[in-house]
Design a protein around this ligand. Structure first.
Ligand SMILES: Cc1cn([C@H]2C[C@H](O)[C@@H](COP(=O)(O)OP(=O)(O)O[C@H]3O[C@H](C)C(=O)[C@H](O)[C@H]3O)O2)c(=O)[nH]c1=O
Length: 180
């Protein structure tokens, strides 16, 4: 497992151990000791997954304090363009974002600390995205910002969005009363 820093503090891309043989493929997605060696003290409180058609955009989601959480995200099947936006006012990269392709083929995952919004565009049908999170779901603290409000070009005219995701406020409007 190789844990690689990104330009957003606390966000890492993980090149996961994987092995192929005559039966198929084995991939390890989490190892506590490897994470601790990078000062990543990540404990899973919930895990869930979504299955997306091609050109779905989910996001940009986060939970606010005191129910904010870290996320470990990966894609056992299919491919996503994953986006992470820094919502931390005290961060040097406040309001910046990064994108990374995560797929069943590249077997990468991404670890996202508290205070960042997460979303993705699915690039293939039947894309499975797995989320492991460090606090439990609390609908009263589950928020989002609009996917097209932080300067990224998703290169798609009409993505498939949930009604909720389509109605999120902009990054700028969110930052007026930023709870992080
Ligand atoms: C997370 C969660 C959701 N729900 C309900 C709420 C909705 O009625 C339904 C689907 O939830 P949502 O539309 O938030 O799912 P996604 O849009 O796929 O959100 C996911 O994808 C984006 C990119 C993320 O980063 C979120 O963390 C992750 O939850 O399940 C629950 O009942 N329990 C839960 O723990």
């Amino acid at each position: 497992m190789e844990i690689v820093k990104t330009s957003l503090s606390g966000v890492y891309i993980i090149n996961n151990f994987n092995a192929q043989d005559s039966r198929g493929t084995f991939v390890k997605m989490f190892n506590k000791e490897s994470f601790l060696q990078e000062n990543l003290d990540f404990d899973i409180r919930e895990s869930y997954y979504s299955i997306s058609k091609k050109n779905v955009i989910r996001g940009m989601h986060f939970q606010t304090p005191p129910h904010d959480h870290e996320k470990l995200v990966y894609v056992p099947q299919g491919k996503i363009l994953d986006l992470i936006v820094d919502l931390r006012p005290n961060s040097k990269t406040y309001k910046n974002y990064i994108s990374v392709e995560i797929s069943g083929e590249n077997k990468k995952s991404v670890i996202i600390p508290k205070g960042l919004a997460h979303g993705f565009r699915s690039l293939e049908n039947d894309t499975i995205t797995v989320y492991n999170v460090s606090t439990e779901y609390n609908p009263n603290f589950d928020y989002g910002i609009s996917y097209n409000s932080f300067g990224f070009n998703w290169e798609i005219e009409q993505p498939i969005l949930s009604k909720r995701d389509a109605q999120f406020i902009s990054l700028e409007d969110f930052c007026v009363k930023n709870p992080f």
